[in-house]
Design a protein around this ligand. Structure first.
Ligand SMILES: *Cc1c(COP(=O)(O)O)cnc(C)c1O
Length: 396
């Protein structure tokens, strides 16, 4: 497809190859393990094309997978994409592929908790050492932490609980100078941050979030910047038996078709709620990088073209964590639950500093993480107004 079409045009037309669809608009949902071929010679010829988008065996993927891979690759601006069963697998697979015993990794202090568990759990067992760094580190600061055996600099920007925005171009320059690859969890920045234009080598998406978009699918994607990295990733992911169900790929393809309008509507509503919260007397600060004056706003404005609908609120230290629990429980339209990127709003008390070791994420007041869905924004604000009243009245 012509490269210079707009985002929404691409979301409507990518991943549809015509010849495979039997006249239907959408790519087929193909399920299967065994692929039959008429002759042994043809079987050998197919097997020789490993890594190409040809049917060889179920775990090699099918039209359903490839349509999704091609779409996500285009959205992220990469060359190829590999789909795995969860967002967490999209974190762990490239770590296993690009690290080996004796290597050192740098990981930001605010990283998604299960990614940290993997680095401080299984990777230790396999002889990989991890140093956690302040996510707001400068290039010079990072250079001091690089070692001759540092092979992966992991990034996540902004952090999904405390929303520190990382200086990815500066980090990537230092990492590359030291011979390390830059891996990035770009879930928050979907579409609005183009990872490969800022020096990232491998971009991770919890496609569970905005790509699937309806809180009913778990899926992940790993997109790469060049063919050499693709060959290594693809071989490693196949060795690990990584695969995603075609049903989940198909649902994600369906979700992506509307992601352009969902992202735009949810960004707009989240900005309105963030602005409203900022002026509330209960609030110390709103942790939304898109908000002028908020932490990370300058880098966000330099590197991002927009924001998703996930942000944080720090309440004044006069409020206890328990009073924020009363706040989220009093909300009628916001569910209390993990994940985000669906069509429905969520609010969860969160702790910035619970697992930190590099000193980041210190807040005087309690935090609540807000996800804004597709509800009418006036209803959401009225709901919050009422629940803040419950929080103020809380005695505990
Ligand atoms: C949710 C999430 C993941 C993991 O995705 P799952 O599909 O739930 O495994 C990874 N990174 C971030 C930032 C997330 O929010």
């Amino acid at each position: 497809m012509t490269a210079n079409y707009g985002f929404r045009t691409k979301l409507s037309h990518l991943g549809r190859r015509g010849k495979h669809e039997h006249g239907f608009v959408n790519p087929p949902l193909l399920r299967g393990s065994t692929v039959l071929v008429p002759t042994v010679a043809q079987r050998k010829a197919l097997q020789a094309q490993r890594g190409a988008q040809v049917l060889t065996y179920g775990t090699g993927g099918s039209e359903t997978h490839w349509a999704l891979e091609d779409m996500i690759s285009a959205i992220e601006g990469g060359t190829r994409c590999y789909i795995v069963g969860t967002g967490l697998a999209a974190v762990t697979v490239p770590l296993l592929v690009f690290l080996k015993a004796g290597d050192h990794m740098l990981m930001p202090d605010h990283v998604y908790g299960p990614a940290r568990n993997f680095a401080s759990g299984m990777l230790v067992k396999y002889g990989v050492e991890t140093t956690y760094y302040d996510p707001c580190i400068s290039g010079e600061g990072l250079a001091k932490l690089m070692r001759p055996n540092t092979t992966v600099v992991y990034t996540e920007s902004p952090g999904s609980h405390t929303f520190e925005v990382q200086d990815i171009p500066a980090i990537a320059a230092v990492a590359h100078a030291g011979g390390a690859k830059v891996l990035m969890d770009n879930t928050w920045g979907i579409h609005h941050f183009q990872p490969f234009k800022h020096g990232v080598d491998v971009s991770i998406q919890a496609a569970t979030k905005y790509l699937a978009g309806h809180s009913d699918v778990l899926i992940g994607s790993i997109t790469v910047s060049n063919d050499e990295i693709w060959q290594e990733l693809h071989a490693g992911a196949r060795q690990l038996g990584q695969y995603a169900s075609p049903d989940d790929c198909w649902l994600t393809l369906r979700g992506i078709r509307t992601m352009g309008v969902r992202l735009a509507a949810q960004m707009d509503a989240a900005m309105q709620v963030a602005h409203w919260l900022r002026h509330r007397p209960e609030v110390a600060q709103v942790l939304h990088p898109g908000l002028p004056g908020a932490p990370g706003h300058d880098i966000w404005r330099r590197d991002f073209t927009g924001a998703c609908s996930l942000f944080g609120v720090e309440f004044k230290p006069t409020f206890t964590a328990e009073s924020t629990h009363a706040f989220v429980e009093a909300l009628e339209l916001f569910g209390i639950g993990a994940s985000w990127g669906g069509y429905e709003s969520l609010a969860v008390p969160t702790t910035g500093n619970i697992t930190r070791t590099a000193g980041s994420g210190q807040f005087a007041g309690p935090l609540v993480r807000i996800h804004i869905g597709l509800e009418d924004v006036d209803d959401l604000i009225a709901d919050m107004d009422r629940a803040l009243g419950v929080m103020r009245a809380f005695k505990g």
